[in-house]
Design a protein around this ligand. Sequence first.
Ligand SMILES: Nc1ncnc2c1ncn2[C@@H]1O[C@H](COP(=O)(O)OP(=O)(O)OP(=O)(O)O)[C@@H](O)[C@H]1O
Ligand SMILES: Cc1cn([C@H]2C[C@H](O)[C@@H](COP(=O)(O)O)O2)c(=O)[nH]c1=O
Length: 205
Amino acid sequence: MRGKLITLEGIDGSGKSTVAEKLKKNPEIKAFNPIFTREPTRGTLTGNAVEKAIQSDTDQLAELFLFTADHAEHLAKLIKPALENGKIVISDRYSDSRYAYQGITLKTHLENPLEWVKDLHRSWTIVPDLTFLFDIRPEISIERCGKRGEQSKFEKLEFLRGVREIFLKLAADDPERFIVIDASHSPEYVEKEVVKKIQEFLSRN
Ligand SMILES: Nc1ncnc2c1ncn2[C@@H]1O[C@H](COP(=O)(O)OP(=O)(O)OP(=O)(O)O)[C@@H](O)[C@H]1O
Ligand SMILES: Cc1cn([C@H]2C[C@H](O)[C@@H](COP(=O)(O)O)O2)c(=O)[nH]c1=O
């Protein structure tokens, strides 16, 4: 039986990685023996290229192709084999981040970047079975990222406003797949919500 792909999405600082780490230790989630992964991937040729690109003044179109190449490698080497083996895969960021972030960064290059990036993926990507959108106001995101000490070029208020808007549109357009979580709550509250929804989803499918 094919496995299930669950993804965590949201703007910088929305708490995805914090909850992902909690899920890894959560006994109710460990019982499903899931594989945890992320995009951009880490420690791979494509993931390393992405990491360098986002830390420099890379052309936005080049950056999109690097993120997309990393996605292709992620699918081929981890996601597809895991799903074919019936595994549950939980990814901290995935294609919806590309639609939301590059849907904004490519506004200078393309007329309708969101649709163009979605079309670029349509014929070969794997659509997640369930996606959690960690939704917070960009002001909170910036505040949290500030406390975290690192500042990526994407962590800018107006930019994140646009990214959040696309995430919410993606969720509104696909209510069967998306669960929007109010990520302004405590990490414990968010973890509990996510665990409950994953259990409900896996018991139905
Ligand atoms: N629910 C929360 N309430 C308050 N602070 C939080 C919460 N979740 C995470 N944080 C803090 O906010 C910062 C960002 O959290 P985290 O790295 O989990 O976010 P993220 O969504 O993975 O961000 P990015 O996508 O930029 O990696 C961290 O310093 C973390 O400790
Ligand atoms: C997958 C993906 C990510 N991004 C952006 C989002 C973040 O600002 C950075 C790095 O992600 P991390 O979770 O902080 O490690 O990259 C993007 O622009 N496009 C994508 O496809």
